[in-house]
Design a protein around this ligand. Structure first.
Ligand code: SF4
Ligand code: SF4
Length: 483
């Protein structure tokens, strides 16, 4: 009997690696990491048309957004220097940070659920980067330099007058547009009125504002003129997350390999039926899907990190299918299970879990927003101060009071010392009137009779009243001598 081990049988479920198809580097770089410039071909088709209309709507919202107001407040304002944030007309102050963080969490989980179900629909249809790049800058490039082949030829051509004119006009328009986009972004940070002030006042009065304006313009010019799809591939964290958010039930832009393979060029007048009888699938290996892809990938290799779901390959392939007489949808919105097993979209336990978390957080957020007080006050001992003894023997402590008025109307506020008995004086004025959506800050002096004080530290309670109604109770400590 021989002891020679039996040769291992090949496992039929393990596919052999097709090394010609294997890639260990992104599509926009060669194996040494050098940038490969992408020249996507112009695309046409129903998806592109719908995306174009949707982009016009989004661009209108983006450019007109700073001028829209809700109850006198902008739609969106992220005023970091003044620590004031407005979302859909609701003002959030630093005191509302928990609310703001919760709102961000709800937003993020919403995105997670949306991505788990619909893949990167956001990237292809609504992301400002894709909308500006594909619907504005790319179209200008096509208009000035022509389609992909002409762009390639122009880049290879020597620097003659025609090339200089085309390149100069393209980059001048790109910079002017970037300047506009940079200013719109600045409007979302400081508001359009201060920006108008910066633009109309002498430059020397707003050096910081002008520096930011130029920096933003250069940043956007760099992104749209040079960096382009790399922003989605390298910088955007959402793109990186998709590999953990997607599963086999997520709807993605997918190539139906069951229908498409074995791919092969169309020969003579071969119709679809004849091709199938000859062992071919519907993919005619025309590479149109690759030629139009703005990230330079071949969707026939499956879902990939670079794919922004722009639908260009779907339109391109549908056009080819129409020409060769095969049904559309060889590349379409579908899930892996949909393609492999013909399954429809399923409500998975993972999705149910996400939805439960989202519902709980959204309810909590709603409760917090509806129970949020209109006025919020904080009372802190003045830094570095101790206590003072007055000529009448009473002791005094100095405090800083901050009152935020979150409403759009003036708010008269009164502070009353409620415990222990003593006196409270606001520096400089009797009644506090907090202007709408402003922060009021002042010093107050509390005086106590030594008989009312404990040794060392005495707890103090101050009531905040508006219109005779108590709106908040503040607690602090009064420092006095130790017995
Ligand atoms: S466009 Fe369609 S037919 Fe042409 S290579 Fe791509 S998948 Fe195949
Ligand atoms: S693979 Fe298709 S959907 Fe994905 S980025 Fe390329 S063209 Fe757009």
């Amino acid at each position: 009997m021989s002891n020679t081990p039996e040769p291992e049988k090949p496992n039929p479920s393990i596919k052999k690696i097709d090394w010609s198809d294997f890639r260990d580097h992104i599509a926009t770089a060669d194996q040494e990491g050098r940038r490969q410039w992408i020249y996507p071909r112009k695309v046409s088709g129903p998806f592109f048309r719908w995306r174009t209309w949707f982009s016009w709507l989004l661009l209108f919202i983006m450019f007109a957004g700073p001028f829209f107001t809700i109850r006198g407040n902008p739609l969106l304002l992220m005023n970091i220097p003044e620590r004031k944030f407005v979302v859909l007309g609701q003002i959030f102050w630093p005191q509302d940070m928990i609310l703001f963080a919760l709102a961000m969490l709800v937003f993020l989980i919403g995105i997670v659920i949306f991505t788990a179900v619909f893949g990167r629909v956001w990237c292809g249809w609504a992301c400002p980067q894709t909308v500006m790049m594909e619907m504005v800058f790319r179209k200008i490039e096509y208009f000035i330099e022509g389609d992909a082949d002409r762009q390639r030829a122009l880049n290879r051509a020597p620097w003659n007058a025609a090339k200089i004119l085309k390149k100069f006009s393209k980059h001048a328009v790109f910079f002017a547009l970037s300047f506009l986009v940079g200013n719109v972004l600045l409007c979302y940070i400081i508001g359009w009125q201060p920006l108008y002030q910066i633009v109309t006042d002498p430059p020397a009065q707003h050096v910081t504002g002008l520096v930011f304006m130029i920096l933003f313009s250069l940043l956007f010019y760099g992104i749209f003129a040079r960096f382009r799809e790399q922003a989605c591939t390298f910088i955007c964290p959402y793109g990186r997350f998709q590999s953990v958010l997607l599963d086999e039930n997520s709807i993605v832009v997918a190539y139906d390999y069951k229908r498409g393979e074995q791919r092969g060029p169309i020969r003579g007048g071969h119709k679809a039926d004849a091709r199938r009888r000859a062992g071919f699938g519907d993919c005619v290996a025309c590479n149109q899907c690759v030629a139009v892809c703005p990230t330079g990938i071949d969707i026939r290799n499956g879902t990939q990190m670079e794919c922004v779901h722009c639908t260009a390959c779907m339109d391109a392939c549908d056009n080819v299918m129409a020409k060769v007489g095969s049904p559309r949808g060889l590349i379409r919105y579908a899930s892996l299970n949909g393609i492999e097993r013909g399954e429809r979209l399923r409500f998975t336990p993972r999705l149910a879990g996400y939805l439960v978390v989202l519902t709980v957080l959204a309810s909590l957020l709603a409760v917090m927003i509806f129970t949020r007080s209109d006025v919020e006050a904080t009372l802190l001992r003045a830094p570095g101060s101790l206590f003072q003894q007055m000529p009448d023997g009473h002791f005094s402590n100095l405090y800083t009071i901050k009152v935020v008025n979150k409403t759009s109307r003036e708010m008269p506020v009164e502070l009353r010392l409620e415990n222990p008995v003593g006196s409270l004086q606001t520096m400089g004025q009797g009644t506090i009137v907090v202007p709408p959506q402003k922060l009021y800050e002042n010093s107050i002096l509390i005086e106590l009779d030594p008989a009312m004080m404990k040794s060392g530290t005495t707890p103090v309670v101050v009531g905040v009243y508006s219109g005779g109604q108590k709106i908040q109770t503040l607690k602090t400590a009064f420092i006095g001598p130790r017995n």
